[in-house]
Design a protein around this ligand. Sequence first.
Ligand code: C5P
Length: 231
Amino acid sequence: MSKFFALIPAAGSGSRMGDELPKQYLPLDNKPMIYYALKILCKTPQISRVFVVLAPYDNYWTQYDWSEFSEKLVVLNCGGATRAESVVNGLAASQHECTVDPNDWILVHDAARPCLSLSQLEKLINALENDEVGGLLAIPVADTLKRSDTEARVQHTESRENLWQAQTPQMFRYDLLARALENTTKITDDASAIEALGYQPKLVHSDATNFKVTYPEDLALAELILKERKL
Ligand code: C5P
């Protein structure tokens, strides 16, 4: 039986938020943003360990109380210069913390997606646990897409047929993901590395609530979704 692990890369600075506090620590309903991703992943019975990858000199993590997650949480201070580097370093370091089989699953989830729900996560695991390759949560593109020049003038309209927006978690076998990420440089998600090896990750239909908090105005929306779930 393959085991399930989760890894949250949380070594970014979140410069697009324009705040000195790294994005993963920005307050959402009185908790740092990463709290919500951690909570869902730790609460999922199939997942046996949750690794959080922090920047080597992260001064914020220890300012909070994480004791409610102590059963599954493992903190790794090995973040890199890019998200991909943080994931690679985290995969390597996590194998010193517990016994990992090459076929075990690793679910990589961004700290900046605090509104992942238990049902989205379970849907992903159920859809992929017997899959050869693995895959990711995603939503079909709903808006019309414009390609611009550097002056923000429309060059042309892209077809949105069969286009999806990739989300996280992205779920792959440990060994495959580690091998895939070894040879990549400019990627923004884990699935791209798998694709570069010639595989076709499966897209598992998610919904828009699992969006990535990127700009300051996203915070209020995330807070609203989280508050409504609590009711
Ligand atoms: O900046 P962006 O929103 O794309 O970051 C996605 C995730 O990757 C965040 O959880 C962020 O903390 C993480 N990251 C990282 N190491 C980096 C850059 C980003 O772990 N060097």
